[in-house]
Design a protein around this ligand. Sequence first.
Ligand code: G3H
Ligand code: ZN
Length: 288
Amino acid sequence: ALVSATEMLNKAREGKYAVGAFNTNNLEWTKAILVGAQAANSPVMIQTSMGAAKYMGGYKVCYDLVKDLIDSMGITVPVALHLDHGDYEAALECIEIGYTSVMFDGSHLPFEENMEKAKDVIAKAHAKGVSVECEVGSIGGEEDGIIGSGELADPKECKLIADLGVDFLAAGIGNIHGSYPANWTGLSFETLSAIADITGGHLPLVLHGGSGIPVEQVKKAISLGVSKINVNTECQEVFAAATRKYIEEGKDQQGKGFDPRKLLEPGTTAVTELVKQRIEWFGSTGKA
Ligand code: G3H
Ligand code: ZN
């Protein structure tokens, strides 16, 4: 069923596991994520960046696709359709269209403006039962044109945003979009603990840049309050690797191997396998 993310993330926070939030790009990825979550009997979040939604033909197309696939595929696990790193206008548009969850990312704005816009998005979203994620501090690296400084979040600012009634909070804790550089010093658990404490110990926290974080750090972050983990780059990597292997083995030149339904199959299966593995890492297998 298509649901808001509030209940699944509150349950995860209390149960000390995290829900995977996987970025989609097209029909195949959307199916791959749904198949993985259903096989794992786990709640899941499917998210579109603004760029991916544009690529897919707009937010309405994304919404219809996810909603209709849940029905036609007989998906019974809870699924939230979430806008990833949305600006103010995108967040309002997605709330209108039927997304069940939105991220308003005002992290690059002056803090006052981030607060003001967050407050408005939260009011409009909650009026329609839509859950909201906001961001404080900054996730390093680049994702779909969104470039972050990697500045650690200020726990006092996190508290101010939490008090607006945000449903879950993304905070910069040394995490980076894309792959991690060799000299990366790891997540700042000190910052994470301070944010969990100051926000009262129950607010679900979000870990962006989930690709490439060692599993021990992922588990420690979950134990300290992370309840949603975003994974994008690793899905792209396994999709590309499986597709490359298929072509390098010449399978696209055998029979009707060039048929897109065959050509895209190994990559799609690879995404499903990764989704199942990450759900297992995050501890949400069987939690539907
Ligand atoms: O918002 C999406 C994520 O933070 C994805 O990060 O590409 O490093 O997995 P990633
Ligand atoms: Zn992100």
